[in-house]
Design a protein around this ligand. Sequence first.
Ligand code: ZN
Length: 233
Amino acid sequence: MHTSALVLFSGGQDSTTCLALALSKYERVETIAFDYRQRHSVELEARLRVLEQIKLQFPQWAHKLGDDHMLDLGVLGQVSETSLTRDVAFKMESSGLPNTFVPGRNLLFLTLAAALAYRRDLQVMVTGVCETDFSGYPDCRDDTMKAMQLALSLGMDKRFLIETPLMWIDKADTWALTHTLGGQKLVELVIEHTHTCYLGDRSHRHTWGYGCGTCPACDLRKKGYEKWIRAAA
Ligand code: ZN
């Protein structure tokens, strides 16, 4: 029986939904994020705001929410040429991956998360990776997650579970899951406080939240929201 979890929590819509899911299932939940000198500190600010709002608005979850951990991964800057870490515009590469892609980044995240989970005696790692919507990040695929679960469990001699609640659902289903977990109050929290936009835009407020409205991340969030609203009507 699993009772504790570590959520890979970036402050975006997906990881906020994963956090709500973990808080609804487990007795003790901690959060982890990685600072790799993102061009947009808005993401790091968003996650602190979301944690604060969850504690404020969801007393049934507040007492389960434990420590938040921020690991410095500035070293990633040494192996990336991307718009998230250098002053280069966002674009799609010929490989079909956005140039924000840092090869194997998620493998590193999971390895460090597992080391922390080991130290903190947390059994489950929850991550918002998804095969359904665009990206095609190979380090977010279901097979990769299963391989990592096995490698980390063997390599640390501790049985880890990697939970991926969003793996096979689309963005509309993610909004629906948010609603199921925390009602309209949680939907509003996601709209108002989470951050997804690649350009770090917090000056334009749409029905689905803040963002430039045109980058791939905004586009996904917007279309998912509209599809969910249509389906719910
Ligand atoms: Zn955007």
